[in-house]
Design a protein around this ligand. Structure first.
Ligand SMILES: [Cu+2]
Length: 362
């Protein structure tokens, strides 16, 4: 019913516009072309000013209405992200001032210098000095902005502080896999052909010898901890992410930390930042008891792209240690018989042979 009504209203509106157009055509014939053009010109001039004023009011109104819903009021949740915020504000200020001045002039001139009886157009085809000014000033301004940006880019993607915690994060259709290097601090080798979700090898870690693929089990991989979707990091300790992908290009988007970086299959990318507040502190600061630091995929990566949400839990050092103590190396999930804490009765008879073979390969 309401659909028919909507269609009827649309048709009616079209009819009215059509009739008005028709009527004004007859009026212009009656009044004469010249007069009607001058009148139209006046109306257009008025609309230029009306558009400018309502546009400026609209910008102000949207800002009042929407600013508090953005991530700006809380500020950056990472130390390095503050640089991104200040860059953003600087760029917005520089381009914003120029935008407002040029738009006000554009619409004001259209109104103020509209066609009038006895007014002649000033012929002003070229001015070298003026062109030099409006080329050189923006060029200098943009160079400054780009240099600031490059310096920050090299900082975030460059060498992380020595005390940084290194975590590997891998995107896949559609989710995130995080790997901690374990006690040895070294990530074991991985090879994409080993990826086997059914056997808990989401990253293709080289756990086994394979003559066919010419690879030897990497002992550094045996203590690697693999978790999915939720990453734990420590407040105040720099985190270095080693970013990869299992399939297509994803992007680790960390809006609260003001960071993002593409996840590209085969080409590890890196990014580091220092979390400033724990998740608990953020819940209080935002007044939102269900606040979460989100990892959003910022690259269209397929039909499940929208659902590719990961979470970063920022905790205290003690909480982190407690959490980590509960994690089991992924190796034991794939080979339960190798787990020293597992009940020995559960181990099948041939597993002992495998252990000996693995020990020898070390
Ligand atoms: Cu994705």
């Amino acid at each position: 019913m309401s659909m028919y009504l909507t269609i009827a209203v649309i048709v009616l509106v079209f009819l009215i516009i059509f009739q008005i157009a028709k009527a004004s055509e007859y009026v212009s014939i009656l009044k004469g072309e010249e007069n009607s053009r001058k009148q139209n010109n006046k109306i257009n001039g008025f609309f230029m000013i009306a558009f400018l004023i309502s546009g400026l009011i609209g910008v102000y109104f949207c800002h009042e209405l929407l600013y508090k819903k953005t991530l700006f009021p809380v500020g950056s949740a990472s130390v390095e992200g503050e640089r991104v915020d200040s860059m953003f504000m600087l760029t917005t200020a520089v381009t914003g001032i120029v935008f407002v001045i040029t738009q006000v002039l554009l619409f004001w001139f259209s109104f103020r210098y509209q066609e009038k009886e006895g007014r002649k157009v000033y012929y002003f085809p070229h001015n070298n000095k003026l062109e030099a000014i409006w080329t050189v000033i923006p060029a200098i301004a943009l160079t400054v902005l780009v240099v600031i940006g490059l310096r920050n880019w090299f900082k975030f993607t460059g060498e992380a502080p020595a005390n940084a915690q290194v975590i590997e994060i891998t995107g896949k259709q559609f989710g995130w896999i995080m790997r901690y290097p374990g006690k040895d601090g070294v990530f074991g080798k991985k090879y994409y052909k080993n990826i086997d979700d059914g056997n808990n090898n989401y990253l293709g870690i080289v756990w086994k010898d394979s003559a066919a693929m010419n690879q030897k089990a990497d002992p550094a991989s045996f203590d690697d901890v693999v978790v999915t979707q939720t990453m734990y990091v420590v407040k105040g300790r720099p985190v270095k992410l080693v970013i990869g992908s299992r399939d297509v290009i994803h992007d680790v988007g960390l809006p609260h930390f003001r960071m993002k970086m593409d996840a590209v299959p085969g080409i590890p990318t890196t990014l580091w930042f220092t979390p400033k507040y724990t998740t608990k502190e953020m819940k209080e600061m935002t007044g939102n008891p269900s606040f979460q630091y989100e990892i959003s995929c910022d690259q269209m990566c397929g039909n499940g792209h929208y659902s590719m949400k990961g979470v970063i839990e920022v905790v205290t050092d003690a909480e982190y240690k407690e959490w980590m103590a509960k994690q089991k190396p992924a190796y034991y999930a794939a080979f339960p018989e190798k787990d020293p804490t597992a009940a020995p009765a559960a181990a099948p008879a041939d597993s002992t042979a495998k252990v000996t073979a693995m020990e020898k390969s070390k």
